[in-house]
Design a binder for this molecule. Structure first.
Ligand SMILES: Cc1cc2nc3c(=O)[nH]c(=O)nc-3n(C[C@H](O)[C@H](O)[C@H](O)COP(=O)(O)OP(=O)(O)OC[C@H]3O[C@@H](n4cnc5c(N)ncnc54)[C@H](O)[C@@H]3O)c2cc1C
Length: 528
């Protein structure tokens, strides 16, 4: 069963190793966890539904509570401190395109707003109902998970858009195929959610971001159905797929999506390389992409992230490895690169060798599969740390951007620094670290994680978080970065969008929303 006030499956835990807790306490100060609000208290706070009855709409307090928030910092604070003041008035569970059309008509007649709900994994406030005089219908696609067609000749699979990562890969695997889209939220996030948030998987370097995997599909809108035919390429004017990508539920509901699939690869592996300094690691990574070595994943952690990752892993070999690395000159400034190789056996062996040689040229120490294997095993487990850290008194959040290589060096230290400075104004410490998470020939994505002490007062916690988030956002914009490389806009990034798109750009986006949804019933208040 899914956790109602945190990340993931309620039966899965990722305990913080005691040594890691000591490490974090030394950096943040003594911790004072406060208890969570009981579910019963929140259930009692769910107000009466304003929606008329409908056979596919569940208006129970339990269902409305469990669809009321996503995974953003605001969402967590609302759920854990018991500050929920908005709920959907009901949650609809369609099973077909026809059901979705019927529910959109029902919502229009009821004067309701509609929030399409995929896996509820948004980290930027996409699915949080805003206070409104109108009733709110959350439209969950959790019953729309089927593989409808697999065209093996064209390697195109058609899925109902509510399919979550594991369900999608299982259905493809049974036929010998994979999509290869593995965001860290893979366990719960859905195909429709990936498309409308422009999601990026951990191995996007090989498989492509969702933009290149999404070939076409069906959007049910308040003005009718939009069908986008899958063609390999087209010069027939602007590409309508692009309008759906990143639309964040504002245009309608994606009910079906056609995606480009591949045969399951013959070989795959993940490897680790230590560099004595960041500069050498980032040069190596840039050369790997610019020389077009066919890796599937590259992730270069800065020194604080390298240290914290090793401590949080809780592995017994970490102490030994630390002493060994120091003895040969990989000290406090060392950086860990994780790279993945995916493909045919021959290409796999060749690429692994070539990457190891290139890294050595930059002072890299190839450590084989031990670190890569640990990463692979816990790649979808690490988000569970957010639960256990929170329960120990620590809040964790992330932010990400992408910018040209010419800015990467300065921005990758300036962004965590902005977070540290914002928190020092409150007399508090924060542990902020970063990694290059996705790399391109012309630039890279910088993914920053920051941990800080929770307070008993949720307003104080949120005001500190807001200061850090704001200063980091201004900093990444100063270096020419996008406000989001993969998480989307929602409500949290909305104030920064005009700077990125310009006034005319925002006008155009508004006009597009309006043309699909003249009465603004689809997820208003998000994106623009
Ligand atoms: C622990 C964790 C790790 C994450 N890691 C990654 C990562 O590696 N890469 C990445 O890209 N993102 C990541 N995310 C962010 C999040 O998982 C993505 O934004 C994801 O694409 C959201 O999908 P979802 O199905 O959960 O959508 P939801 O959160 O349910 O909804 C997000 C938005 O999409 C809309 N929507 C959903 N389905 C549809 C549909 N069928 N039609 C129209 N609109 C729809 C909703 O209205 C909302 O606006 C992570 C989040 C968490 C919590």
């Amino acid at each position: 069963m899914k956790r109602w006030n945190g990340w993931g499956n309620a039966d899965t835990d990722y305990p913080v190793p005691p040594s890691a807790l000591d490490y974090l306490t030394q950096r943040l100060g003594p911790l004072a966890p406060t208890p969570d609000t009981a579910k019963e208290t929140l259930l009692a706070a769910v107000s009466e539904s304003r929606l008329p009855a409908h056979p596919r709409v569940n208006a129970s307090a339990e269902t409305r509570l469990t669809h009321a928030r996503g995974q953003s910092m605001h969402d967590w604070v609302d759920l854990r401190y018991g500050r929920l003041d908005t709920f959907p008035d009901g949650v609809a569970f369609p099973e077909s395109d026809e059901d979705v059309r019927d529910l959109l008509a029902y919502a229009r007649n009821a004067g309701a707003r509609v929030i399409p709900y995929g896996g509820g994994t948004s980290v930027v406030g996409h699915i949080t109902p805003l206070a409104s005089d109108a009733p709110v219908l959350a439209l969950s696609l959790e019953k729309m998970t089927r593989l409808l067609d697999l065209d093996e000749t064209s390697r195109l699979a058609t899925f109902q858009a509510g399919v979550a990562g594991p369900q999608l890969e299982e259905q493809l695997k049974a036929r010998g195929y994979t999509l290869g889209h593995f965001p860290q939220s893979f366990e719960y996030s859905t195909l429709g959610g990936w498309i409308v948030t422009r999601s990026s998987g951990q191995q996007s370097y090989h498989y492509g971001r969702i933009e290149s995997l999404f070939a076409g599909g069906t959007l049910e809108t308040p003005r009718g159905r939009l069908e986008i035919k899958p063609v390999p390429a087209s010069a027939a004017g602007p590409d309508l797929r692009e309008m759906l990508l990143g639309s964040e539920g504002r245009l309608g509901v994606i009910t079906q999506a056609k995606v480009r699939v591949r045969r399951i690869p013959e070989a795959e592996g993940f490897f680790g390389v230590f560099f004595p300094f960041w500069e050498q690691g980032s040069q190596a990574v840039r050369e790997i992409v610019q020389d077009e070595l066919p890796v599937s994943m590259l992730r270069l952690s800065n020194p604080p992230e390298t240290g914290t990752t090793l401590v949080l892993s809780g592995k017994s070999w970490v102490g030994l490895a630390d002493r060994g690395l120091r003895a040969i000159g990989y000290g406090d400034e060392r950086c860990l690169l994780m790279f993945g190789v995916t493909g045919s056996r021959r290409a796999f062996n060749r690429t692994r060798r070539e990457v190891a040689v290139l890294c050595r040229k930059h002072g890299g120490l190839f450590v084989g599969t031990i670190v890569g294997h640990t990463w692979e095993k816990s790649r979808f487990l690490t988000p569970y740390l957010r639960n256990t850290l929170w329960e120990s008194g620590i809040a964790l959040d992330t932010l990400e951007t992408a910018l040209p290589w010419s800015q990467v060096r300065e921005a990758s230290s300036a962004i965590p620094q902005a977070i540290v400075e914002a928190m020092s104004k409150h007399g508090e410490q924060v542990l902020a670290f970063a990694h290059l998470s996705h790399v391109y020939r012309d630039g890279a994505s910088i993914y920053t994680t920051y941990l800080f002490r929770r307070t008993a007062d949720p307003d104080q916690l949120l005001s500190r978080w807001q200061d850090m988030k704001h200063q980091a956002s201004l900093t990444l914009q100063k270096y020419g970065g996008t406000i989001s490389h993969q998480h989307g806009v929602g409500t949290d990034h909305m104030p920064y969008l005009p700077d990125e798109k310009g006034a005319l750009g925002i006008d155009v986006l508004r006009a597009v929303c309006k043309s699909f949804d003249p009465d603004e019933m689809m997820n208003p208040g998000k994106l623009v």
